[in-house]
Design a protein around this ligand. Structure first.
Ligand SMILES: [Zn+2]
Length: 454
């Protein structure tokens, strides 16, 4: 037996800085003194979204919403205790978020993006299909990821309800209870979460909130667990038993489904914003940078934000079916109106920094060759700048010129390493490198006109 309400499987960070693993019940009970803290941003997001749907489910059955500044309603715990049978991972009858279907046997590693399957080997983590297994806690985390991060799998096996995973975001509070309260947006028609009942295959085009939040594109059944005395291939824990194989069959997303994810970032025309691979160098992905600028700007422009101003942004990059990279970032967003000029520059920031690493002469940009040494320092400096994003957007205390100057100390080192000679020519060449900065994109007349029409 493995009941997700009581077993220790959710990673949290307590107020006093202590890391812990706890069950759903304790997480909700102690939600004012902890944060979800998985080391993988996918799990941090998926676990939060799951606890939010658990909260919605308790709310429709107890009529108790979360109240700002208070612990989560204790009626929620009573309701969960009464319905604990729905949270059994390996029960004979009802298994949490599984479908007893035996058509497509697959290794359990299908559930986790970052461990290799089949012939995809990593240098540091070799995993063999069916020989390496996952502990129940990691299996549960894998199940939570399915509705949000499933990519298309070849041979007609499709992605999830959001298609290619978009940029996701959540408003962040001081603790889990506040984060749930800030993201609380119940609807008239809530529906039933898919971990409770197999999702309906009805003809209706618009999905109730809880069905959409949990709509899963795979029918999964966990075989086992078996005790072979192994460690979990993901977390390394010695569990009583591991799962080595699963049944993993697809469920096609109906064509007519109408769903707008409450945690995805959309542009004004309802188009989803996806994380892309941004190549800093021609066919190499080593200079891929986190493209956080565009989604943050779209979020500020097209989405009202509530009183709390911190967001957790998650970018997931895939190349067709292949999962490439995932990252999470937390930003503080100012409450006052953002500076439109800064937003425009930030929206085009990738173009600007990519141009910076090329030769400093304008006009020959397309054919120019970038300096790898400059590309190498970009992620580091941009990370420093992103920590001042609130000041930058509000135009107070920090502006784009200050951001440009963040490059100076490291560019000085780059210049010295590239031009070590003595003499006026070397000095001139060093100066040219040292004073590089991201180019500013000229404001296009068309863009300004569009904005004025709003
Ligand atoms: Zn594990």
């Amino acid at each position: 037996m493995y009941n997700l309400l009581y077993e220790k499987w959710l990673s949290v960070l307590r107020e006093d800085g202590v890391y812990d693993m706890i069950g759903i019940n304790d997480a909700l009970k102690e939600a004012t003194s902890l944060q979800l803290a998985a080391n993988n941003p996918m799990d941090r997001f998926a676990a939060f979204r799951f606890l939010l749907t658990v909260g919605y489910w308790c709310y429709i059955n107890t009529e108790q919403p979360p109240i700002p500044g208070q612990a989560l309603p204790h009626e929620w715990q009573d309701w969960l205790d009464k319905n604990s049978q729905y949270f059994e991972l390996f029960h004979d009858k009802h298994r949490f978020w599984q479908d007893d279907n035996r058509d497509r046997l697959r290794p359990v590693t299908d559930l986790i993006h970052e461990i290799p399957t089949a012939s995809n080997f990593w240098h540091l983590n070799h995993v063999t299909d069916y020989k390496d297994g996952l502990c129940p806690a990691c299996c549960a985390k894998g199940l939570l990821r399915l509705p949000i991060f499933t990519t298309a799998g070849g041979r007609g096996i499709g992605a999830g309800i959001n298609g290619t995973p978009p940029f996701y975001y959540i408003w962040m509070g001081k603790n889990l209870a506040e984060t749930i309260e800030l993201n609380w947006k119940p609807e008239e028609n809530m529906g039933t979460p898919a971990w409770l009942l197999p999702q309906s295959q009805n003809e209706s085009t618009s999905l109730p909130l809880l069905e959409g939040l949990t709509w899963t594109p795979r029918k999964v059944y966990l075989y086992g667990p078996e005790n072979r005395g192994d460690r979990c291939a993901l977390c390394g824990a010695m569990a009583e038993g591991l799962v080595y194989s699963i049944n993993n069959d697809q469920i096609k997303v109906p064509d007519n489904i109408n769903w707008k994810d409450p945690h995805a970032i959309y542009k004004k025309n309802d188009a989803q914003v996806n994380a892309k691979m941004v190549l800093m160098s021609d066919k190499e992905s080593i200079f891929v940078d986190m493209d956080w600028y565009e989604p943050v700007v779209d979020l500020l422009r097209y989405k009202q934000h509530r009183k709390e101003v911190k967001i957790f942004l998650l970018g997931f990059t895939s190349d067709k079916a292949k999962f490439v990279d995932v990252w999470g970032k937390t930003f503080t967003i100012p409450t006052k109106n953002p500076d439109e000029d800064v937003l425009y520059q930030l929206h085009n920031r990738l173009w600007c920094i990519n141009a910076m690493r090329k030769i400093p002469l304008r006009g020959n940009y397309r054919n120019s060759v970038g300096l790898t040494q400059v590309a190498d320092i970009i992620p580091h400096v941009e990370n420093t700048i992103s920590s001042r994003i609130s000041d930058l957007i509000s135009g107070e205390r920090y502006n784009l010129d200050d951001a440009d100057r963040e490059y100076r100390p490291l560019l000085k080192k780059v210049a010295a390493s590239m031009e070590a000679n003595i003499g006026i020519l070397a000095e001139t060449s060093r100066t040219k490198i040292m004073y590089r900065k991201p180019w500013r994109k000229k404001v296009k007349a068309k863009f300004v006109k569009e904005e004025n029409n709003d």
